[in-house]
Design a protein around this ligand. Sequence first.
Ligand SMILES: [Zn+2]
Length: 242
Amino acid sequence: MSIHFLNCFTCCARFPASWRTGTLCLLIESSDGLVLVDTGPGLVDYLHKPGIMRAFQLLTKMNLDLDETAVNQVVRLGYQPEDVHHIILTHMHFDHCGGLPDFPHASVHVHTREYNAFRRLPLRWTELAYVRRHIAHQPKIILYDEVGECWFDFEAIRLPFEPEMWLVPLFGHSRGHCGVAIDTGSGWLFHVGDAAPLGLDEYVPSWLVRLVLGPHENVLRQFSAAHPEVRITTGHMWLDFF
Ligand SMILES: [Zn+2]
């Protein structure tokens, strides 16, 4: 079993200019075809940028290189887009799910709260990052909300894949934002999405983290210190990581 770490969207801050980051998506070989965790923006987003992406361009410098789309990276790795049978979403902001239309055959696994927030009119400013057309192709959506079990100390939902994977609710950045824990065969990988900044190795003022990413940073730092054997990744990572 192998996991590919893909940068599916280089998006660097204008200030501070030293913040050069990419958007991490995971491509996992599972017992049921390829599983993609988040997609980055899709091909259509590069051709017809959604308004939120144009607004983001004012704050950030984007590569806007089609080679970074998940579908083009999947093909470069020697697979077909149809080989991606499942897509797990940490959340449905444009930079995490815009590539859904590039994998129209894939089932989409997402928390019910996130899907409901995506479908309704925006109630919070972070919900302006939802782009309705990203599910206009009507993919098969599989919703989760019952947390009856735990992964380590976190309430979690077991996903129907081998290797073992868990959806870990970390609500805050968005209504139904979740992390994804994956048994890599040589230890756990905990992808916490946008619940923490930049691989947890950068100091960002805590008020800013709470405002933008939600309330989980301290718990995740404590977890990371208590479990150094668990590898933690975040939705946006330094370019060096890739
Ligand atoms: Zn987000």
